[in-house]
Design a protein around this ligand. Structure first.
Ligand code: ADP
Ligand code: GLC
Length: 487
């Protein structure tokens, strides 16, 4: 099969979280299964400034209609690390900016126009390549309108939409519908309108031939009021086309035995290197060495989703003991501000690093004992998979992918982490208590690390499931039994 993926992120070229990681890994796995896969992303400033990247101007231009404007895109080409072909859609007026979606904590005002343009340009590109793709696979709200455009133009491609996060919907002012150039009758509840607004993600759910999301559990959750972010009814109505497929991990990037970003490598059978990483991390962050208790860490977008508001009220209590806390992240300014204040108060025990730092994120995964993932909701939660591989035990809220990735500790049957259910600081505190207790028993803790490090989250398995979905929509047969039950 020939598949073209459309996404706003692709690691390492453009990344704000797990979405880019998925786009970097899944195409390679599908290629191993004999498919031809390419990825289209915007030609961002980060792409332009990446001088190590060999970008070729294909000299192909595509022109699309965005509202009243005719807008031209230049198509560049490069190769992803796994050999997949990457199309870079260049329009500097839209994408040569400091951020992908916004700057200084604010979304760009013209995101609606930027991503309508991008989706249309990808479709135009798909019409030009020979042979044309069989399937166009769109990811998240930024490409949510693509299936609607394909349907309206009666293009001969099947479309798949993967929802990586239900909370970000691309919901814009109703008048922005004019920028879509869809027939006026499409601004209706059965099409792209949602409560008077233009909703990209909803459009994708309605018009894609198949819908997927990044864990089986989240596929069920988004049909409920608690996790559906207002779209639960739309998801339920279209649930016959919805499948949950748990993401995998790219172990060529996330493996402490081979990770070039670590001062010392380690594995389950040779854990000494983890202690070296721990010391190196504490030193780098200016924290007091040799705590009696564990080093807790979070590497995360500082967004409401991630449960920062559960951690903040516990910081004083947590650091009253001889433990350390490390947070690397950026996002909502109120969280950044509170973390900065807490860092001042607990100098030597707590380090907050604001910003995006790839290499520090690997050192933190390796050098910490426990990672805190108290998410309000979590579609997959790649961080949890990475932590397990580095023997860093997660304390996480049982939701979405986290529910599937982590086995709660039980003295009789083992486990790989500590899970809590209620979204409250007290429930998180209980789990922290359970973890601290087990940490005192170094033998039991080491067994837990060994179990965690043995977990494998395979992209091969996920790619097989995606392949079944592509086959299903191409044959027009009934949905095959894909996806695995959530445990
Ligand atoms: P999400 O995609 O919702 O942000 P995931 O857990 O799937 O959540 O993926 C997050 C990824 O982004 C992880 O690999 C994490 O290490 C990385 N990450 C988050 N914040 C930062 C940061 N400030 N610097 C470096 N990496 C980060
Ligand atoms: C989203 C989700 C995260 C998931 C990632 C990759 O950003 O918040 O849980 O792992 O996408 O699918």
């Amino acid at each position: 099969m020939k598949i073209l993926m459309a996404s706003s992120e692709l690691t390492p070229l453009a990344r704000t979280g797990g979405l880019g990681d998925v786009l970097a890994a899944l195409p390679g796995e599908l290629q191993k299964r004999g498919h031809e896969v390419s990825v289209a992303i915007p030609y961002y400033r980060s792409v332009r400034e990446n001088t190590a990247l060999k970008k070729k101007n294909t000299r192909v231009t595509v022109t699309v209609q965005v509202g009243a404007k005719r807008v031209e895109a230049e198509i560049f080409e490069c190769k992803a690390a796994n050999g997949a072909q990457v199309f870079l859609i260049r329009r500097d007026e839209y994408f040569d900016r400091s951020g992908l979606y916004g700057a200084d904590g604010r979304d760009y005002d013209d995101n609606v126009e930027r991503f309508i343009f991008f989706s249309k340009a990808v479709l135009e590109l798909a019409r030009r390549v020979t042979p044309p793709p069989d399937v166009i696979h769109a990811h998240d709200w930024q490409t949510g309108l693509l299936p609607a455009f394909a349907r309206e133009q009666a293009l001969p491609f099947k479309t798949v939409l993967t929802i990586h996060n239900m909370a970000y919907q691309g919901s814009f002012w109703g008048l922005d519908f004019n920028l879509t150039n869809l027939p006026p009758s499409w601004f209706a509840p059965r099409a792209v309108e949602f409560f008077g607004r233009l909703n990209f993600l909803k459009s994708g759910i309605v018009f894609a031939d198949a819908i997927t999301t990044v864990s089986e559990r989240y596929a069920r959750e988004i049909q409920t009021q608690e996790y559906g972010c207002g779209l639960e009814t739309v998801v339920r109505e279209n649930a016959g086309r919805l499948t949950g497929i748990l993401n995998g991990t790219d172990y060529s990037l996330w493996n402490p035995a081979t990770d070039k970003l670590l001062p010392k490598k380690f594995s389950a059978t040779s854990l000494a290197g983890k202690k070296v990483c721990r010391q190196a991390m504490l030193e780098k962050l200016g924290l007091e060495k040799n705590p009696r208790g564990p080093v807790f860490a979070m590497v995360t977008r500082l967004a409401e989703q991630k449960g920062i508001d559960l951690v903040l009220p516990l910081i004083d209590r947590l650091l009253a003991d001889d433990v350390r806390l490390v947070v690397l992240g950026e996002g909502e300014t109120n969280y950044e501000f509170e973390l900065m204040i807490a860092e001042k108060k607990h100098a030597g025990r707590f380090a907050f690093r604001r910003g995006w730092d790839e290499s520090l994120s690997h050192l933190i995964e390796a050098g910490s004992d426990i990672t805190l993932i108290p998410s309000h909701y979590e579609p997959c939660g790649l961080t949890a998979q990475y932590s397990l591989k580095y023997g860093t035990i997660p304390i996480a809220r049982a939701c979405g992918g986290l529910y599937q990735i982590i086995q709660d500790y039980d003295p009789a049957s083992g486990g790989t982490g500590f899970v809590f259910y209620d979204y409250t600081a007290e429930a998180l505190w209980d789990s922290i208590g359970r973890a601290k207790k087990l940490f005192q028993n170094s033998q039991a803790w080491e067994s837990m690390m060994t179990r965690a490090m043995a977990c494998e989250f395979s992209w091969a398995r996920a790619a097989e499931d995606y392949e079944k979905i592509y086959e299903w929509i191409l044959r027009g047969t009934r949905k095959a039994a894909v996806g695995r039950p959530a445990s």
